[in-house]
Design a protein around this ligand. Structure first.
Ligand SMILES: [Zn+2]
Length: 357
């Protein structure tokens, strides 16, 4: 929980204070404030945040005070920001094997550490998981510094901070592929060319897909679909109301839009004995109709994906080191220009919009 707020004058931070972009009111917007620089406790490190992403399903909805995010009202002010990368700046007691100056990306999901899911590396589905930058007790990274447990850090070497931010999404997409029966040479269709769908594109291209068709809407025609082609999509199409003609049924259909219509599309565009990988989250429409009988009769399986495993990070980093991710990164803005960044998010500019505190 953020404490000791003072009036915002971001140019007058003393040595022990930093600028943070806080959600202060249960209404649209956030505000720059001066807050204490957090101190790492036992097992924790402090990171100088170099880049923090705006997630269209999280920070953007919180900023706009979407009705699905109003449960945060009770605990304001809150410091959000859960996709981030930067440089280790201070190390708390009982931390081994990490040094100040190392550049890292952050797995924001903290599992309990001892349930059967955490013990098997699947901390993302721990029933007691908490997310740095979304849980009210775990301050996020829309700020100059953030503190995280050492075991949630992944060294990124020479990758840029924006690439480090993208790893969180790429790891999610990789996890989807890990859980699926995708094999090299498979044809892939992806609905939703947002950051998760684009990450799925990168992951399946790296995994040897024979073709990847990316399906967007008219809103994506100018920006996101051309970027998808730059990143290896063999075909891009636009669909309205799930009406789209695909050349062939996909072996694997990655649903990354979180739009109920896209589930219908996936059901009709996946081949017999194929697989739908559901990554998209249906914000505000938790119950989604699916023609399950049709899927059963055609032997189509549905695999759901949430979060990442430890192995997803290792693979995502390897892919990022061998892929030009630049079409997926940006636009980027200084933290002080956050209003422009959230405007750009609303206008669906680029793929992964970031702030640089
Ligand atoms: Zn657990």
């Amino acid at each position: 929980m953020v404490s000791l707020l003072v009036s915002a004058d971001v140019t007058l931070n003393t040595a022990d204070r930093m600028t943070a972009l806080l959600k202060t009111q249960p209404e649209s917007g956030m505000e720059l404030e001066s807050v204490p620089i957090p101190e790492p406790g036992p097992g924790e490190v402090r990171i100088r945040v170099e880049s923090v992403g705006i997630d269209g399903g999280a920070e953007a909805l919180i900023y706009d005070w979407h009705e699905s995010k109003r449960h945060y009202a009770d605990r304001l002010p809150q410091l959000f920001g859960h996709e981030f990368a930067g440089m280790i700046n201070a190390i708390g007691p009982d931390v081994d094997g990490l040094e100040a100056g190392a550049r890292v990306a952050v797995e924001p999901v903290l599992g309990c550490g001892h349930c059967r899911f955490c013990r098997s590396g699947s901390f993302g589905i721990c029933p007691d998981r908490r997310i740095v930058g979304l849980h009210p007790d775990l301050d996020g990274a829309l700020a100059e510094y953030a503190v995280v447990p050492q075991e949630r850090l992944y060294p990124i070497g020479s990758l840029s901070a924006d690439e480090g931010v993208f790893l969180e999404l790429l790891g999610l997409a990789v996890h989807g592929i890990e859980r699926s029966e995708f094999e090299p040479g498979d044809s892939v269709a992806i609905s939703g060319p947002g950051s998760v769908g684009i990450a799925a594109l990168v992951a399946t291209v790296a995994g040897g897909a024979s073709s990847v068709t990316v399906i967007g809407t008219e809103d994506d025609r100018q920006d996101r679909l051309p970027l998808a082609r730059e990143l290896g999509a063999t075909r891009t199409v636009t669909a309205e109301n799930s009406e789209v003609e695909l050349d062939e049924e996909a072996d694997v259909f990655v649903e990354a839009s979180g739009h109920p219509d896209a589930v219908s599309l996936a059901s009709s565009a996946t081949r017999r004995s194929g697989e739908i990988v559901q990554i998209g989250i249906f914000h505000g429409s938790e119950t989604v109709p699916v023609d399950l009988t049709r899927l059963v009769r055609r032997g189509v399986s549905i695999t759901t994906v949430y979060g990442r495993r430890d192995s997803s990070w290792r693979r995502a980093i390897a892919i990022a080191e061998n892929t030009d991710l630049s079409p997926a990164l940006g636009p980027s803005f200084p933290l002080a220009e956050y209003e422009r960044a959230f405007d750009a998010t609303r206008r669906r500019e680029g793929i992964k919009i970031t702030l640089h505190p």
